[in-house]
Every structure is written in structure tokens, then in C-alpha cells.
Design a protein around this ligand. Sequence first.
Ligand code: TYD
Length: 225
Amino acid sequence: MSGLFISFEGGEGSGKTTQTDLLVARLEAETGRRVVRLHEPGGTPLGEYIREWVKAQGAPLTLPAELLLFVASRAELVQRVIRPELDADSIVVADRYADSTTVYQGHARGLPLKDVRAANAIATGGVWPDLTFLLDVLPDASLRRAGLQMSFDEEGQVEPVPRADDSTKRRFEELGASFHRRVREGYLRLAKAEPERWVVVDGQQPVEEVHAQVWERVQGLQRSM
Ligand code: TYD
């Protein structure tokens, strides 16, 4: 495989989608190479179906089923899109990839990490990003960005309160502040364990500043390949 594979990771409201868009536009403008933008789950007929289906569910899925749905979507994506595109020398930019499963289903929701790793190994077939950006944002800041405000319950615990009623905000409220803390800690742990792949960027900086730091690292990677 001769392409370049870059992923963005982070909690809700961390700015992944904005940064993915900015990086894709810049790569298209400046490299002349084919750039493929992906958003997990999704990117194949099965992946889009799973995305819609998961979003439409009123009640949470059982954890093992949730894990297997995300990795089923990823298996299709790797085999049908990512691997062929990398073989064809494309640049693939993913808004979430296998690390999301490790963190959300493993660190945050509590499935054994060895099971999550085994599932990811099947789904990825060993295809991992060359570079992964963690957009690190304190959970209360990401809650605000996602359109929520914080309040304190009777024990002084901070809980998110939705300002308006849409599905992202509802999902956030249902998950709770401690879930978002576990997500952040899980990501930081992964980044520390594999520093050659991960770049931790302070996601609370202005959008242009975050993009400048991302772009610098991507240029460095292109020079080294
Ligand atoms: P995200 O793309 O951040 O949401 P949006 O639709 O608002 O752009 O991700 C959707 C949700 O799915 C998010 O809460 C993270 C979760 N998720 C997992 O729990 N495991 C996974 O493997 C993936 C890819 C996402």
C-alpha cells in the first residue's frame, strides 16, 4: 500500500468534523492527489445502513451487539474502500476509525479491551492510520460546543443539560458527564501508548490554529514518505 491514511479522533463536540473538512480541502488544493473523506460508521451501503439504524434506536443496544455492528461497518469499509484506495495511492482521511471502538466500547462502556482489540483486528485486517490526531477537549468544553450547558445535581456532580432538543444533544445528556471523562482518558491513554502514530492537539484553540498544527504534521509525514 502506498497511500496515506490519516484519522481524527476525539469526543463529541471536539471539532473532528470541521478539522476533517479543512484537511481534506487543503490536501485537495495542495497535493493534486485523490483525497477520500470517510466518516465512521458509514462509507459503504452496510455502513450507512448501520449508521442510520443505530441513530434511530430509542433504547441502547446491548454492548456486544454495539461492538459487532461498529466493527461490521468497519470491515466493509476497510475491504471495499480503504485498502483499495491506499493501494491506488490515494490519501484517506477518516473522521473516526478503530480507536473510537477501543475507547467508546472498551474504555468508556467497559467491554474487555482484549475483546475489542480482537474485533478490531478482524475488521481492520491490520490497516491502521499512518497518523491519528486526537482533538483533546475537556468534557465540559465539548458539551458547551455541542450546544449544552452544565448544571450541578444535588451531589455537586456536573451534569449536562440540553438547551435545545436534537439528537446529538439528547445522546450527550443520556451518556452523562462521567462517560465523557472516560472517553477523554481512554484517548489520552491510547495516545501515550503509541506516540509515533498519535498527535494530541489542544482542541480548545481556535479552529485555524488547530488546523495549522494538523497541517504541519501532515506535511512532515508527506516529506518522510
Ligand atoms: P460521531 O461521528 O461523532 O457523531 P455524529 O453523527 O454526531 O457526527 O459518532 C457517532 C457516535 O458513535 C459517537 O457517539 C461515537 C460513537 N461510536 C462508537 O461508540 N464506536 C465506534 O466505533 C464509532 C465509530 C463511533
